[in-house]
Design a protein around this ligand. Sequence first.
Ligand SMILES: C[S@@+](CC[C@H](N)C(=O)[O-])C[C@H]1O[C@@H](n2cnc3c(N)ncnc32)[C@H](O)[C@@H]1O
Length: 269
Amino acid sequence: MGDQGEIDSGIQQYYSSVFDEDARLTTRSAQSALEFVRVQELVGTRIAAGSRVLDIGGATGIHAKPLAAAGHHVTLVDPVEEQVVKARRHGTFQAEVGDARHLRFAADTFDVALLFGPLYHLRKADDRLQALKEAARVVVPGGWIFAAAIPRFIHHAAVSLGKTPPTPYPQAWINTLESGTPTPGGRFPAGHFHTAEELEGELQTAGLTDIELHAIEGSAGFALERLPNDEALLQAALTLVRRTGHLPGIRDLTNHLMAIARTPTNAPH
Ligand SMILES: C[S@@+](CC[C@H](N)C(=O)[O-])C[C@H]1O[C@@H](n2cnc3c(N)ncnc32)[C@H](O)[C@@H]1O
């Protein structure tokens, strides 16, 4: 999968007919529950009651639904119409087709923007910057931006699970580590994988402030992909990631990274 046009077509096909995103965080594994709970707590413990939230790349509403149930005013945007149709069925938030690079909303329409998808589906840094700037534009000064990324170490999950060391060491893994361009192949239309420092740099370039970086699942997340959900396991993994998920050197060892930032209060959009 090469240029962005090809990735965008892959996104349409993958999320409409190959992969059931609606079930990803509810039924697949203990990692699913960990990701869901952790994302909800990273967002829910920071934003004010009754926030206007734009969920960009919100798919079928897995995060929009509980945020709306918690009293926030949520609007979901996703490029895949089939997912937007499913999202609308919840009936508790707005949902429409759209792209992170070109939002139709006026400046300062929202208090919070979530980008849980666009950054790892956009290959070029310019496109990711545009998506971040668009999110910042539609959020009020001093509002919140939450952006998820896939770390470059993701291919090394197999090694961290204690499987046979890869010999010869796959050149494609090294390429991903060096450039962030995901290994071609597989069905997931991947655009770019980040290091935590790179993600922080992209948010800084977009003019965002007060940047925090966290592992979403943390270092237990890879093992949990192989295990069924279990409450004790979930609580242990949550304890681990809450204590260590912000630490440089550990935060990249995770299924997903989360950048959290504020929009600037002193600059015009
Ligand atoms: C892995 S899913 C994540 C869904 C959900 N936000 C979550 O956190 O579980 C990635 C989502 O990003 C969406 N997406 C991909 N490229 C996008 C873009 N350029 N603008 C907005 N959304 C995009 C996809 O359609 C898909 O629904």
